[in-house]
Unconditional design. Structure first.
Length: 197
């Protein structure tokens, strides 16, 4: 069954896209928290960035799930990826003028986290529109595993890239991945009419 699932090109693109997006979101928040710690020398500021990154999901979780059910999930996912990609490109270009301030860091973390709170339910509920019913359990299991792996990997990725290349490269890398993933979702075959009981 696993082989059959990975023969589905749309599912492979979905898994790659959702995994990279999740790692990117989490790594960005961690990297910005590390940058804030370096900028201010304050552990409280570090913790504040982490808290802001988690807060929108708690606030918008229910609303986001409802919207994901009412609107085209593919459009939500692609739209949010493009928006985040453009936002981070602008922030990256701005670093050539000056490094991000504390307020700008808070703003970026808040906006990216709000986007993530709407992205996650749309992304998670799209599997039934990609796989046949007999492959759903396997697909959901793989998705859950990659999510857990992403949450473990993201902090290490963030610390390594930030430590070697700095915060500007984090912005650029995340922007590029968001835009590439938007394109990959664009070629996914997603049958929005599928309904399983």
């Amino acid at each position: 069954m696993t082989v059959k699932v990975f023969q589905n090109r749309s599912f492979v693109l979905y898994i790659l896209g959702s995994t990279i997006t999740l790692i990117g979101d989490q790594a960005l928040t961690i990297a910005l928290a590390l940058y804030m710690l370096k900028l201010t020398g304050s552990a409280a500021q570090f913790a504040t960035v982490i808290a802001i990154g988690a807060f929108p999901t708690m606030v918008f979780g229910t609303i986001a799930g409802s919207l994901a059910d009412r609107f085209d999930k593919k459009i939500i996912i692609i739209g949010l990826d493009i928006f985040r990609g453009v936002l981070l490109t602008v922030i990256f270009l701005k670093t050539f003028i000056s490094q991000p301030s504390e307020i700008e860091i808070y703003f970026v973390v808040l906006i990216i986290s709000i986007c993530e709170s709407f992205y996650i339910p749309a992304d998670a509920s799209i599997i039934p529109n990609i796989l046949d019913e007999d492959a759903l359990i396997q697909g959901n299991t793989i998705s859950s595993m990659t999510t857990q792996i992403s949450l473990v990997v993201a902090p290490a990725v963030a610390a390594m890239i930030y430590g070697i290349l700095g915060i500007s490269f984090i912005f650029l890398l995340d922007a590029i991945t968001f835009l590439i993933i938007a394109c990959s979702y664009g070629i996914c075959r997603i049958e929005t009419s599928k309904k399983y009981k």
